[in-house]
Design a protein around this ligand. Structure first.
Ligand SMILES: [Fe+2]
Ligand SMILES: [Fe+2]
Ligand SMILES: [Fe+2]
Length: 326
């Protein structure tokens, strides 16, 4: 992660926010890669603020969602100031042991807390940005404490060596597993495409909120699909990851660094074919899955995407009808 200490100009402020944004994007899915590789309802910790026992996996997902909100906030302010929000991301890792992932997550929290808290703003300059940066930094302090508490709890019960789900070579070769990996990748990409436009059209709340709703649907599908993969004997894949001899995976480009669509029409035009292609991927997978719980869940995801096709076609049609809609 780059750093920037002295914030004097608008350019400096945008630079600080874009450095932070690349971090926030990365952790927003790195934590999910981790959580989706952890068993559900198996490891618990006592949350220092909630003052109750919480599931390690569920809270790690919740922290990932907080990071997505940080990304959105930063992206919206960068755009408002005339900058371009970055979709590049910092590198992500996955370790075989659960606790090593939590350790990594705590370290990245402390790193970004330092980025936010050590930025020195010229007296009186950008008070709202300064305030936002401080507010976000205390979410990071909270996250760091949560990851610490999770590790303490795992050590206390002697679970240091508990492993993440591993991909089994037999399962990974199955056609339905391969198709589901493709769908997961597409779901994550389309979610970020929607988020790009949520940022781009933030001043048009009607459009922005509609696009945001679809982004969240895709996030939920991603979440459910990760559970289906485990039932199929595999685990979420990190795109473009290389695995070293210790089994540590590292990816410097886990997600695309750019998405098509720069204005209202080109944005809306790009979403319809993306939705249709995702529906087609679900159709293909459904043709291989017998009746039962998994099929039912996959049909729900396909249904949501069919609804998105309907909505997006009308958003596009309606935008074309109105002259003067920039
Ligand atoms: Fe964050
Ligand atoms: Fe955080
Ligand atoms: Fe969709």
């Amino acid at each position: 992660m780059e750093t920037i200490k002295h914030i004097r100009s608008e350019e400096d402020a945008i630079k600080l926010m874009n450095i932070a944004l690349e971090h926030e994007w990365a952790v927003s899915f790195e934590y999910l890669f981790h959580a989706y590789s952890f068993p559900k309802g198996k490891f618990f910790y006592r949350d220092p603020v909630l003052k109750r026992k919480q599931d390690v996996r569920a809270q790690t997902i919740q922290i990932g969602i907080d990071e997505m909100y940080h990304s959105l906030q930063l992206g919206i302010i960068i755009t408002k100031m005339g900058g371009t929000p970055s979709f590049e991301t910092d590198e992500v890792f996955r370790y075989p042991r659960i606790i090593d992932n939590l350790e990594r997550d705590k370290k990245t929290e402390d790193l970004v807390t330092n980025l936010y808290q050590s930025a020195e703003f010229e007296e009186g300059a950008f008070p709202k940005i300064r305030n936002m940066v401080l507010n976000i930094s205390y979410d990071e302090v909270r996250h760091s404490d949560q990851f610490s508490a999770m590790m303490d709890a795992m050590r206390a019960e002697g679970a240091e060596d508990a492993l993440c789900y591993q991909s089994s070579p037999d399962s990974a070769q199955k056609q339905e597993v391969q198709l589901l990996h493709g769908i997961m990748q597409a779901e994550n990409k389309i979610m970020h495409r929607y988020l790009k436009f949520v940022i781009l059209f933030a001043e048009h709340q009607d459009l922005s909120q509609r696009l945001y709703k679809n982004a969240i649907d895709h996030m939920r599908n991603w979440d459910k699909n990760s559970g289906i993969l485990i039932k199929m004997g595999d685990v979420i894949r990190i795109e473009n990851a290389e695995r070293d001899t210790d089994g540590i995976e590292r990816s410097v480009n886990p997600m695309p660094s750019a998405y098509p669509g720069e204005d209202r029409l080109s944005a809306l035009e790009s979403l319809v074919p993306a939705e249709k292609s995702l529906v087609a991927q679900y159709e293909k997978l459904l043709s291989l899955v017998p009746d039962g719980e998994i099929r039912n869940q996959l049909e729900i995801h396909r249904g949501l995407d069919l609804e998105h096709v309907f909505t997006q076609e009308w958003l596009l049609e309606n935008a074309r009808k109105i002259k003067g809609l920039a």
